[in-house]
Design a binder for this molecule. Structure first.
Ligand code: FAD
Length: 511
């Protein structure tokens, strides 16, 4: 692992990622599970010249940024971890944020990719240099160049701020769940929480006991399922340590269950019936107030929006210091929030649990491919990539957790590892053929895209709800419309004819 300095950012030429002579140099943009996983898997595959660029001040991605009270994963930790780094010592079935953050950094440290990572460095632009078969990077710390570009920028790394009249003039603190203000003491305050998605259902139960009052502003309810979270006893953790097969078995069972869920949301929609029944039962069991029960019961099909796992959300809504407001917000005043019906509810603090710019992908970084065409142009009106990983016109570039690799169930870490198997297969192909550039064929990308859109049309995500998967024009650059085992199978090797490799004549001069 190295990031060799041969020049600096004062005009003497780009700093070169990699050491040369030991396989291609790889620049990885983003230091979350994707960036760390990519770096470790490349090193393990014999490609040590990798450098992670992370704009934040530490690695971890969403787990470094989302420190709101109650933050935790909603996939059991034995699946929400790298397969090559099982952690038998998770404290709970669903690990809390701080533990996941610790885990990512520990894995990075153990594999030697933590220290060399360039944190506090934003990649603002990446341009393909056809003559030299290299990616030229502009960053907040000067220029760099690399043979291969991997973007691991996440789908949920840019907080989404709602446009609401008066929000800027609110007198108290306003912050997004992904930018939690730990310096703001919520004890005995009146808090307004806007949004009822995954972050809200975790943070509201965590802050409710200490605040004076919470008003939760709901646009449309989402389906929930019991989380059935529990603490692992010391005995259980020791058992996982002593008998790793136990943990593998749990991982496999969790994966199988979630893959059935994936089938239910896509080709086998009849499988959703028991999930819908469990969702309804959870509401009727927890909520006695018929009016409240009606207001939290979704009208749309289960799975259309992301299903949320919780044991605490409905009991919290019944607490005397909590109100669920379903009347649309009209405007924010300096001292509270006014709804369309004219009611103004006072607030000391506003928490925006309003999700992320999930369709931004690599933005705001500008990526320029062959012929000066930008990725933003290529992706207008909708982002698309072959297996979510590669785009024609952008040679030697791979996207991790790219377009259409999100699911309604499953672990994103599994997706990242499967994608990396594909990237390693591509690098092996470059080595074997002694080529400098590899690019997915446009006809292949087009054929994949047609197949993908046909499958998506029959999925539960396109049954008419509003969700972060589908935009206002019906475009869906988010979801993978098949099972996760299918993703793994399709990414494990390069399909014959999918890619074209070439040797750039001048490359030997610049290498
Ligand atoms: C609160 C929360 C809970 C979640 N829980 C789960 C869960 O339980 N299960 C699950 O499967 N998924 C979950 N997710 C989804 C999560 O996004 C993925 O699981 C996974 O962490 C994504 O990793 P990533 O590395 O692809 O992206 P991220 O973790 O988003 O990391 C991307 C990193 O890239 C950096 N970056 C972006 N652009 C640039 C640039 N131009 N230059 C430099 N750095 C850049 C960002 O700062 C960020 O740190 C959750 C997401 C959130 C927000």
């Amino acid at each position: 692992m190295s990031a060799q300095s041969t020049a600096n950012g004062n005009g003497a030429g780009p700093e070169r990622v990699g050491s040369g002579g030991r396989g291609p140099s790889v620049a990885i943009v983003g230091g979350g599970f994707g960036g760390v996983g990519a770096a470790v898997l490349l090193v393990r595959a014999g490609y040590p010249d990798v450098t992670i660029f992370e704009r934040g001040d530490r690695l971890g991605g969403v787990w470094a940024h989302n420190t709101y009270p109650g933050a935790a994963c909603d996939v059991p930790s034995h699946l929400y971890e790298f397969s090559f780094e099982p952690n038998p010592r998770w404290s709970r079935r669903y690990a809390p944020q701080a533990e996941i953050q610790e885990y990512i950094e520990a894995v990075a440290r153990r594999h030697g990719v933590l220290e060399p990572a360039r944190t506090g460095t934003e990649v603002t632009r990446a341009e393909w240099d056809e003559a030299r078969a290299k990616w030229q990077l502009e960053t907040s710390n000067g220029p760099f160049e690399a043979d291969i570009l991997i973007t691991a920028c996440g789908q949920l790394s840019i907080p989404k701020r709602p446009v609401i009249e008066g929000l800027e003039d609110f007198a108290g603190p306003v912050f997004h769940t992904a930018e939690w203000r730990h310096d703001v003491n919520l004890d005995d305050k009146r808090v307004a929480v806007i949004g009822t998605g995954c972050s809200a259902i975790q943070t509201v139960p965590a802050i409710q006991p200490s605040v004076e009052h919470i008003d939760i502003y709901q646009r449309s309810p989402g389906w929930t399922m019991p989380k059935m979270d529990f603490e692992y006893s010391e005995r259980a953790r020791r058992a996982f340590e002593r008998f790793p097969a136990l943990q593998r078995l749990d991982r496999m069972a969790t994966f199988a269950f979630m893959d059935i869920g994936a089938a239910g949301m896509t080709s086998q929609r009849w499988l959703l019936a028991p999930f819908r029944a469990a969702g309804r039962r959870q509401i009727t069991k927890a909520i006695k107030d018929a009016d409240l029960a009606a207001r939290v019961t979704p009208a749309d099909e289960i799975g259309c929006k992301r299903i949320m796992l919780t044991d605490e959300w409905y009991p919290t809504l019944e607490q005397p210091n909590v109100d669920l407001v379903t009347e649309p917000i009209k405007r924010v005043t300096p001292t509270g929030i006014e709804s369309e019906d004219g009611t103004e509810r006072p607030a000391d603090v506003i928490v925006l649990a309003t999700g992320f710019e999930s369709h931004a992908f690599v933005a705001p970084m500008e990526v320029v491919g062959t012929g000066g065409r930008t990725l933003a142009e290529e992706w207008d009106p909708v982002a698309r990539a072959y297996l979510g990983l590669s785009v024609s016109g952008f040679p030697n570039m791979f996207l991790l957790y790219g377009p259409n690799t999100n699911g309604g169930t499953g672990s994103v870490i599994y997706v990242i590892e499967a994608g990396m198997a594909h990237v390693v297969a591509a690098l092996d192909t470059l080595q074997r053929t002694q080529a400098d550039r590899i690019e997915v064929r446009r006809e292949h990308l087009d054929a994949f895209n047609r197949e993908l859109r046909t499958a998506l049309a029959g999925s539960v995500w396109h049954t008419g709800c509003t969700s972060w998967y589908v935009d206002e024009n019906g475009n869906d650059p988010s979801q993978w419309p098949w099972m996760w085992s299918t993703y793994r199978r399709r990414t494990q090797r390069l399909e014959p004819g999918a890619y074209v490799t070439a040797r750039v004549p001048s490359h030997s001069l610049s290498a």
